[in-house]
Design a binder for this molecule. Structure first.
Ligand code: SAM
Ligand code: DTB
Ligand code: SF4
Length: 365
């Protein structure tokens, strides 16, 4: 039997659910969170979640592959890598009008953000020019924009930011220690450089990883540590469950216990209290109870639409039915100014102080 968590003197698990955002999490602190009794972990995650978000609102993004297949990178999980035969052909960059059409449909279906992904190591100049125009056109529809185009340097990041791109997605994917087992064509440091370029250019950062790639529990903790030590935290943290695609080296990897996946969501919520944690790829393979638990653990964003980039996602009707069953609603796009946001945060802080005075903690009584 593992020791009860409160016996672990090295780790302070008293949790400040509402105040400082930390960027100095130690691995053993994170592992101790993972080791909490499941109900305690989910309760803490809910406390943190409720201190920062409407607990029943879920941000809804729609994803479109704007350039599919034949990627020069060798990411072992990825159906789009040209190193593996997954039956995907090499497609050209989609025409701008087609992308705008899909974005319009996504908006009509209820998405607030449109994410565009390209199977590139990094964008070439002539592709970047097209992509910059796409950003402007999609934004003009009143959608938030996100792109994932591989590595970007400072100049590319600045041009994307100037074009109005709101978010750039670039995942760390796994722990620094396990990374070499998964990708050899670009380094962990390359990924961190891209994230720094995105942040310096003034865009919001979307960065997360994939679970269920045969990593050890410590790797899941170390991935979350890397993300939580970014300062500021990524505004969006996609947690993907590996989609095992035939033809990739990961097609037969052992399934991750869904409860371990839920624990990782809860820990991500606790470490990064104000970030949107996205229950990302892998939902099609999950039952409704697992998804419901992920929302309880603090996930508050999903991809909505029948496909991700190349693999399936739950049908829109199924997601609508799930939202209805759970009493969830799509989060409205936040159009407030920074001043308005600060004012609301102050009002909430004052209210919390008042609530604290009334708070009765049965566990302490
Ligand atoms: N080429 C760009 C890059 O790697 O940054 C953008 C596209 S890439 C497909 C975006 C992310 O999708 C990857 O970083 C990975 O986290 C996720 N992904 C790819 N294949 C996946 C799979 N089979 N299961 C789960 N997530 C996957
Ligand atoms: C992310 O973290 N997951 C999305 C998005 N960012 C780009 C991609 C998931 C891809 C799943 C495999 C596929 O559909 O090709
Ligand atoms: Fe290429 Fe991105 Fe797939 Fe890696 S994850 S093979 S970089 S498309």
């Amino acid at each position: 039997m593992p020791a009860p968590y409160h016996d672990n003197a090295a780790v302070d698990l008293t949790l400040d659910t509402r105040h400082d955002l930390r960027h100095d999490w130690r691995l053993e602190e994170i592992e101790a969170l993972f080791a909490l009794p499941f109900n305690d972990l989910l309760f803490r995650a809910q406390q943190v979640h409720r201190a920062h978000f409407d607990p029943n609102a879920v941000q809804v993004s729609t994803l479109l592959s704007i350039k599919t297949g034949a990627c020069p990178e060798d990411c072992k999980y990825c159906p789009q890598s040209g190193h593996y035969n997954t039956g995907l052909g090499k497609e050209k960059l989609l025409e701008i009008e087609k992308v705008v059409e899909q974005a319009r449909a996504a908006k009509e279906a209820g998405a607030s953000r449109f994410c565009m992904g390209a199977a590139w190591r990094s964008p070439r100049e002539r592709d970047l020019e097209v992509v910059l125009e796409m950003v402007g056109r999609v934004k003009a529809l009143g959608l938030e924009t996100c792109m994932t185009l591989g590595m970007v340097d400072t100049d590319q990041a600045s041009r994307l930011a100037e074009a109005g791109l709101d978010y750039y997605n670039h995942n760390l994917d796994t722990s620094p220690e396990y990374y070499g087992e998964i990708i050899t064509t670009r380094s962990y440091a390359d990924r961190l450089d891209t994230l720094a370029n995105v942040r310096d250019a003034g865009m919001k950062v979307c960065s997360g990883g994939i679970l269920g790639m045969g990593e050890a529990p410590r790797d899941r903790a170390a991935l979350l540590q890397q993300l939580a030590c970014l300062n500021p935290h990524p505004e969006s943290v996609p947690i993907n469950m590996l989609v095992k695609v035939p033809g990739t080296p990961m097609e037969n990897v052992e399934d991750l216990d869904p409860l371990e996946f839920i624990r990782a969501i809860a820990v991500a919520r606790i470490l990064m209290p104000t970030s949107h944690v996205r229950l990302s790829a892998g939902r099609e393979q999950m039952d409704e109870s697992t998804q419901a638990m992920a929302f309880l653990a603090g996930a508050n964003s999903i991809f909505y639409g029948d496909t991700l980039l190349t693999t399936g996602n739950p049908q829109v009707e199924r997601d609508r039915a799930l939202f209805d069953k759970l009493g969830l609603h799509p989060e409205q796009r936040d159009t407030r100014t920074d001043d308005e946001r600060a004012e609301t945060a102050l009002a909430h802080a004052i209210q919390r102080q008042r609530d604290d005075a009334l708070f009765y903690d049965a566990a302490q009584a």
